[in-house]
Write a protein that binds this ligand. Structure first.
Ligand SMILES: Cc1cc2nc3c(=O)[nH]c(=O)nc-3n(C[C@H](O)[C@H](O)[C@H](O)COP(=O)(O)O)c2cc1C
Length: 325
């Protein structure tokens, strides 16, 4: 497969593993890169410069392929700045940025040989990323797991809208988990995809508790909810007594301070590491309705490429037949 994304990032398949808070460590990132995609580790959940440096070096012991480091930056959080220095020192090939205005990041890495992906949820942000010099944008639709845009636009509309608005390559994200999704994204004009939820249900996502993986495996497309909407930071998580309680409190007018503990990283870890569903939550997208196995990343890639290929033949037959009639 050849697109501008495979060329810019030096990868075989235009498949990027999303930054996955508390889950994207060396084992998963290296497995994705070894399978021909772009694996990522997540800077925000590694927290200290030393831990980030160790994790980068660990990735390099597991793969010699390109990989990226994800930066989910918050508006008033300067912590990422010292982590960014490590990226430069360690000569990490690529980074992805999300959360707030990426301008300071671009300023700091200017002149460095670092490829950049910006995760956006709309046309305006995509144009801004292009203007700042991003190599590519990943556009996440409302089907996706984790934090989303505020406008509830699905991937099937958002992807071509962004493709039409920028000239840098676009990767579609949100609700993609198999070869059909990959093919559909390419049909919409994307030059690659990003997947988050699908990678949690893989053998190499070793940090996810078995309960979390089983919930993804058995959950239907209707088994996710959006929390934190009233806080202006909507995110899609598994439906549970815990997340329904958060939503109820939001509807009753709870403030950020009221909800702080319930939506914290600590509460996230209580469920995804310890499997304690009464004490925490797990992010997941609507694609859980289509996930029914826990393969290795390599098996997942093989299946996706095969399915995309079959899907393409099917479409060629349909369009070919129409052309003949
Ligand atoms: C468990 C989980 C954690 C996430 N954490 C991050 C993160 O730290 N940084 C980030 O850029 N995106 C994060 N995301 C969003 C993903 O990178 C990606 O955009 C999203 O998962 C795409 O939708 P999908 O889940 O339908 O594939 C997270 C998603 C999930 C499911």
């Amino acid at each position: 497969m050849k697109t501008r994304v495979t060329e810019i990032f030096g990868i075989e398949y235009p498949i990027v593993q999303g930054g996955l808070a508390y889950l994207a460590y060396a084992e998963l990132a290296a497995a994705v890169s070894n399978a021909g995609g772009l694996g990522q580790i997540t800077a925000a959940t590694l927290r200290t410069p030393e831990k980030l440096r160790d994790e980068i070096r660990k990735v390099r012991t597991l793969t010699n392929k390109p990989f990226a480091v994800n930066f989910a930056i918050a508006r008033h959080d300067g912590q990422y700045k010292e982590l960014l220095e490590i990226i430069i020192e360690e000569k990490v090939p690529a980074i992805s940025i999300t959360g707030a205005n990426p301008q300071p990041v671009f300023k700091r890495i200017k002149g460095e040989n670092i490829r950049t992906l910006v995760l956006v949820a709309g046309v305006r942000q995509a144009k801004k990323a292009e203007q700042l010099g991003a190599d590519a944008v990943m556009v996440v639709g409302q089907e996706g797991g984790g934090h989303l845009g505020r406008d509830d636009i699905g991937t099937i509309v958002l992807t071509p809208r962004v493709v039409d608005s920028v000239s840098i390559p676009v990767l579609a994200s949100g609700g993609i988990g198999d070869g059909r999704g990959l093919l559909a994204a390419l049909a919409l004009g994307a030059e690659g995809i990003e997947m988050g939820t699908r990678f949690i249900a893989t053998k190499e996502c070793i940090h996810a508790n078995e309960k979390y993986k089983q919930a993804i495996l058995h959950g239907k497309e209707t088994d996710t909810v959006i929390i934190k909407r009233t806080l202006g930071a909507p995110g899609r998580a598994l439906k549970s007594g815990y997340t329904l309680d958060i939503i109820e409190r939001e509807l009753e007018g709870a403030t950020y301070e009221d909800l702080q503990n319930l939506i914290s990283g600590k509460a996230n870890c209580k469920y995804i590491y310890d499997g304690d569903e009464s004490a925490g939550f797990g992010w997941a997208g609507q694609i859980i309705g289509l996930i029914d196995n826990i393969p290795t990343v390599q098996e997942l890639f093989n299946e996706m490429i095969l399915t995309a290929d079959k899907g393409l033949s099917r479409i060629e037959n349909i369009i070919g037949e129409r052309a003949h009639n």
